[in-house]
Write a protein that binds this ligand. Structure first.
Ligand code: NDP
Length: 288
């Protein structure tokens, strides 16, 4: 029997409806959640992502600002903009779209964002808090994956999860969140020999590699849940995941489509992080 294709649209719209409701309540109490997105340069894919984020904010009744800066903008100017957003009470979440031009240090930029306005969970303090299980913003893509698994009613505890990829923004935080859900977690990467032998043991397989259609049926245990994080642009202009969807369809039990599932769910977590930061801002006003 072919895998059930996870209905990303349905899942995302349910989560966003809840966020919209909470955002409206907060706005009524005098704090409209606000997100600022900074984009430097003219990478076309990044501009699409930023537009989608701003549109999602508007649809959720949140305030959003997009700061489009020229590729030649100096690091000092980007840092000055971040500092002004850190001080701006209308803004509760700040996101700097990557990639940045080479003359700008991603590390400096991420560390300049106020810890309580870090909408992506990229700041080292928030990454540390994530590691030790303290409260803070959720890493958007990995938390989106967990939310998808929960929405389909999948019981993660005790399952073997294999994460392909170990980047700071997807693979590593994904492993931490799966551990937190009591999965047994293995991470594989480009230096892992015989990767398929390991991925074939996975009940939950999360692919975050950045290589179009690399994961085939020989990588997948029959009945596994396959979550495809990858977004790759093919020569045809179409988008493809890291998983060869057609090849894996008859082996997996559930599979996420690309596009239309993990991508929009990632934006949903970004909205949730902004909302939660706005709630904390309201709370601190109340407590003054
Ligand atoms: P990175 O390039 O930062 O990391 C890729 C990881 O894959 C690395 O850990 C690398 O290993 C590993 N890898 C590369 N080749 C192989 C291989 N042949 N076998 C096993 N592992 C391999 O990418 P990201 O984590 O940032 O993104 C991964 C994918 O997810 C991309 O397609 C990206 O576009 C997409 N993405 C999607 C998002 C969404 O919202 N849906 C959000 C963020 C990313 P090593 O460390 O050894 O080099």
């Amino acid at each position: 029997m072919p895998a059930q294709v996870i209905n990303g649209k349905e899942i995302v719209s349910a989560y966003r409806a809840q966020i919209k409701e909470e955002a409206a309540q907060l706005t009524q109490q005098g704090v409209q959640p606000g997100l600022a997105v900074i984009i430097v340069g003219d990478d076309p894919a990044s501009h699409v992502y930023v537009r989608n984020k701003a549109k999602a904010c508007e649809e959720a009744g949140m305030y959003s600002e997009v700061h489009q800066l020229e590729a030649a903008t100096s690091e000092a100017d980007v840092l000055a903009l971040i500092e002004s957003l850190n001080q701006n009470p209308k803004i509760h979440g700040i996101l700097v779209q990557s990639p940045l031009p080479k003359h700008i240090s991603e590390e400096k930029i991420v560390e300049a964002i106020a810890v309580h306005k870090d909408a992506d969970c990229f700041h080292p303090v928030n990454v540390g808090n994530l590691m030790i299980g303290k409260e803070g913003p959720a890493p958007c893509t990995p938390a989106g994956v967990i939310a998808i698994l929960k929405k389909i009613g999948y019981d993660i505890a005790g399952k073997h999860a294999v994460v392909i990829g170990r980047s700071n923004i997807v693979g590593k935080p994904m492993a931490i969140l799966l551990l937190r859900e009591n999965a047994t977690v293995t991470v594989v990467h480009s230096k892992t020999p015989n990767m398929a032998e390991i991925t074939r043991q996975a009940d939950i397989l999360v692919a975050a590699v950045g290589k179009a259609k690399m994961i085939k049926k020989e990588h997948v245990k029959p009945g596994a849940v396959v979550i495809d994080v990858g977004i790759n642009r093919l020569d045809t202009g179409k988008l493809a995941g890291d998983v060869d969807f057609d090849d894996v369809l008859d082996t997996a039990s559930y599979i996420t489509p690309v596009p239309g599932c993990v991508g929009p769910m990632t934006i949903t977590v970004l909205l949730r992080n902004t909302l939660e930061a706005a709630k904390r801002a309201l709370q601190s006003q109340v407590n003054v």
